[in-house]
Design a protein around this ligand. Structure first.
Ligand code: SF4
Ligand code: SF4
Length: 134
């Protein structure tokens, strides 16, 4: 069941999201163009426009529990289509940052195969650590 936050709690969550992501999520019109263009929306448990809506409602705990924030590939299709230029990848990154601050790592670096660390482009490995590590 979705929680209903007190106005002050909600305002604080929205302001913090604005500060960390530099996105004014309150501008979202819920038009759905982000979801229509997102290459991963079919696999996400929350569609991109729902991520923004939940962020507007301050439902950070629910977003932290979603898989969608991990499916986002930071491809920027959504922001390129959004009429108010909301960067959902930045919103998802802030939620992942909250999880990192909670010390909830998604993977053990020791589990990365040696063949991958030796052969994968460094940028890919840095991105992997940045997205999934803590
Ligand atoms: S495209 Fe932009 S305005 Fe439309 S639902 Fe997505 S984030 Fe909101
Ligand atoms: S940046 Fe993320 S949410 Fe936006 S279209 Fe790409 S995968 Fe979907």
């Amino acid at each position: 069941m979705v929680r209903i936050l007190q106005p002050e709690e909600r305002r604080e969550a929205v302001n913090r999201m604005h500060e960390l992501s530099n996105q004014d999520i309150l501008l979202c019109l819920q038009c759905g163009k982000c979801t229509a263009g997102c290459p991963f929306s079919n696999d996400m448990d929350l569609a991109p426009h729902q991520i923004v809506r939940m962020a507007q409602l301050g439902l950070i705990d629910e977003l932290k529990a979603s898989e969608a924030i991990w499916y986002c590939a930071t491809c920027f299709t959504c922001v390129s289509r959004c009429p108010v230029a909301i960067d959902i990848a930045a919103v998802a990154e802030v939620i992942r940052l909250y999880l990192q601050m909670d010390d909830e790592a998604r993977f053990d670096p020791e589990s990365i195969p040696k063949s991958l660390t030796e052969n994968a482009p460094q940028q890919a490995l840095v991105s992997l650590y940045r997205k999934f590590g803590n």
